[in-house]
Design a protein around this ligand. Structure first.
Ligand code: ZN
Length: 737
């Protein structure tokens, strides 16, 4: 109510001011053509306002607040956090603020993803009872020390060491009825230790997820406690539990065993799995001209306590973006956005799946998604690098250039030098003087932008990786740097403002920005294509030659589409024709790229004494060229995980064969040094190229350029499995000319 009154009063003031002819005209568009000072499409005075009106110190306060709740998905702690966000969002003047609730009970699925039941914990305690009384850990002290999914139990038993708990010798002494101490992730050994060997429960010192082993090793941080869970299907009804402790604490317990003291422990758990709800908070700044077009800003609100960087930081950052925009609009320094800006705080993935299942077909055009996940890292403490992702190559977008221009700008004024001019420096009162060094990263998955990207909405995610404290008890607010939070807020604001205020007039500029940044990306691909040719061996030459040509074709196709996507802002024939002219400039570029490639290939072929030969298609490739997969309605987001689950018992689907092919490529791909985050998205990449326009052969070529080549036979099986599962339809057409 107070916020509404304030808006009304402000509106009145603006009308009165313009009525009597005094200054205070409604501000003009915040956008212009490319600024010589910042390289942004935003006007310089607007950039200064976005920096000076936003605060990393405030955002850090929100982080500290959120870090007090255990915000597991579908939990009471999450509800508390969601209610607090609602209160702040209303206070800051967002409209239509609400919590949407979606049933989540271990059975219901959205887009094929089964949602978890609520894990209701009243008590979780683990005590050493012999040789002396000592509290080992409790849920109240550290909620994540009780594995998610644990259910009621009251057990007093001997504690025995099973080491990794993976081999027969680990169980030689017998563990029936005992509580086992292990260094493994409880989830991984639950089946063996509990179901097969009859252990009463698990005590684990695991803390580092295996996909993070490239960055930190178990034992690097001996006081970290991990974030464990146990398989849900294993705990239905029964009293099963696991606790997590630090490596140091595990050593203490092992030392007792070494002294022949046979420690005994008492586990008291009062917890159950019950039907619950996923809760999604959203609120908007309505669009003044195009309210049915939306820019979606997301952060996942869930995770363990404290979860300061992951992801109180992203949740706080978008809250501060909302506050800043509302303040600038309310004070007349920024006109209301042309299109609606929707802020969403979600349970990661699941909340977004659920929300999209209800809203996918709303009469709304979704223009872009900006996602914020782990954005406040003190990069010195956490050993992190901040990055923003490009959209996937199956979803080229103008957003890449908009974001990359902001990255260039932010690095220029916030890096290793003391800033040349302070109005564009982004630093908070209580924050560090660490450099920013944010970079653009190739598309990777692992958080909510993936789903928007898969729906072909331009989506970029801002986040830090790696992080020494990721998914552990040490992800605390002191690892969050107000200065970096402030930078994340400004980067987000700059992106949101560009996209939410762009109109026909700016569409040609967005296309031009896409052209110049697209050229930069093309140049990088051209470099690696030429390098691979010059490094080719005699035996490998033909493959390398083919892949290099394929790469160039792929990146030009991608960048033409990215430039063309600026047309979504063009409402006039003039703007559309300007964009077409910009796209046409790439044709000359492509011919020049091909020439460079040909020269390098001819040079190398001469040295190796091989003859360059055009490729002829195999029978399987010819067939694949006639097959055009497309997604069925309602199956827009179903992925390979879903396919594998529902076809697990259908031997004709040959899922293991598909999986083996993917694993093989993943290993090759890994050997090339690509990041663990990239690898996560690989197995679904092909599936999201399927649009009815590209043949399986063309998808094979696109995936080869974006990731790594996949055998055509395995790829056809892959798409046949999607068809069999009812997710896709494969049309057989004549070969494309
Ligand atoms: Zn996260």
């Amino acid at each position: 109510m107070p916020a509404l009154a304030a808006i009304a009063a402000c509106g009145l003031l603006v009308i009165l001011a313009s009525g009597n002819g005094q200054a205070q005209k409604p501000p003009a568009s915040p956008l212009g053509s490319i600024s010589p000072r910042t390289g942004l499409l935003l006007n310089d005075d607007v950039v200064v306002r976005l920096i000076q009106a936003s605060s990393g110190d405030r955002a850090h306060d929100y982080v500290s607040r959120l870090a007090l709740w255990s915000r597991e998905q579908v939990s009471e702690g999450f509800t508390r956090a969601a209610e607090w966000v609602v209160e702040k969002a209303k206070e800051f003047g967002l409209e239509r603020v609400a919590i949407e609730r979606f049933p989540s009970d271990g059975k219901i699925a959205y887009f094929g993803e089964v949602m978890p039941p609520q894990w209701k914990v009243r008590k979780g305690e683990l005590w050493l009872t012999s040789p002396f009384l000592m509290k080992i850990t409790t849920y109240d002290d550290l909620p994540m020390s009780l594995a998610e999914g644990s259910t009621s139990a009251d057990v007093e038993a001997e504690l025995v060491d099973i080491g990794a708990g993976r081999g027969d010798s680990d169980y030689a002494a017998g563990v029936k009825g005992k509580i086992v101490l292990t260094s493994s992730r409880p989830f991984d050994i639950f089946e063996r230790a509990v179901n097969k060997e009859g252990a009463a429960g698990i005590l684990s010192s695991w803390s580092v997820p295996d996909f993070d082993y490239l960055n930190r090793r178990p034992g690097d941080f001996p006081d970290q406690v991990g974030w464990p869970r146990i398989p849900r299907e294993a705990v239905e009804g029964a009293g099963h539990f696991a606790f997590a402790i630090s490596a140091r604490r595990a050593q203490d317990l092992r030392a007792m065993m070494g002294q022949g003291k046979a420690p005994r422990v008492h586990a008291g758990v009062d917890a159950a799995l019950v039907p619950g709800h996923l809760e999604v908070v959203s609120g908007v700044i309505p669009g003044a001209a195009y309210p049915q077009e939306e820019v979606i800003v997301t952060a996942h609100l869930d995770h363990y306590k404290p979860g300061a960087n992951d992801n109180a930081s992203g949740s706080a950052a978008i809250l501060e973006m909302a506050r800043t925009m509302r303040e600038l609009i309310e004070s007349g320094k920024l006109q209301p956005p042309l299109r609606t800006i929707r802020f969403m705080w979600v349970p990661e993935y699941r909340g977004t799946y659920a929300w999209l299942s209800a809203h996918l077909n709303d009469p709304v055009r979704r223009i872009a998604n900006l996602n914020f996940d782990m954005v406040g890292e003190d990069v010195v403490k956490t050993n992190s690098v901040l990055s923003l992702t490009y959209t996937s190559d199956s979803n080229p977008s103008f957003l890449n250039a908009v974001i990359e221009s902001i990255v260039d700008f932010a690095n220029t004024y916030n890096n290793e030098r003391y800033p040349p001019q302070l109005d564009l420096y982004i630093g908070s009162i209580t924050g560090s003087r660490n450099r920013l060094s944010v970079r653009m990263a190739p598309y990777s998955t692992g958080t909510d932008h993936e789903l928007f990207n898969n729906l072909r909405i331009g989506a970029s995610s801002f986040g830090a990786w790696p992080d020494n404290f990721y998914h552990s008890s040490e992800d605390t607010p002191d690892k969050v740097d107000p200065t970096q939070l402030h930078r994340a807020v400004v980067i987000g604001l700059a992106g949101i403002t560009t996209v939410a205020y762009a109109d026909s007039e700016q569409a040609p500029d967005i296309a031009r920005l896409s052209l110049i940044y697209g050229r930069r990306r093309i140049a990088a691909s051209e470099f690696s294509a030429v390098r691979s040719l010059l490094a080719a061996s005699k035996e490998g030459f033909s493959d390398v030659d083919h892949l290099a040509g394929n790469m160039i074709a792929h990146v030009y196709r991608r960048e033409r589409a990215a430039v063309g996507s600026a047309a979504m802002f063009a409402r006039t024939a003039q703007a559309r024709s300007d964009i077409e002219k910009t796209i046409a400039l790439l044709s000359g570029d492509e011919a020049a790229s091909r020439k460079k490639l040909d020269e390098a290939a001819a040079l190398r072929a001469g040295e190796l004494k091989v003859v360059r030969a055009p490729r002829s298609l195999t029978e399987a490739e010819k067939r694949a060229a006639r097959l055009f997969p497309a997604r069925n309605k309602g199956k827009e987001l179903h992925n390979l995980g879903y396919i594998s689950r529902i076809l697990a018992k259908d031997s004709t689907a040959q899922v293991p064969k598909i999986q083996a092919a993917l694993d093989e490529i993943t290993r090759l791909y890994q050997a090339q040094g690509d990041s663990e985050l990239r690898l996560m998205g690989f197995s679904d990449a092909a599936a999201f190229y399927a649009d009815g326009q590209r043949s399986i052969l063309e998808i094979r070529d696109a995936v080869a350029a974006e990731y790594a080549p996949m055998p055509i036979e395995a790829l056809e099986l892959y798409f046949r499995a999607f068809e069999k599962a009812g997710v896709m339809t494969i049309a057989e057409k004549r070969e494309r000319k």
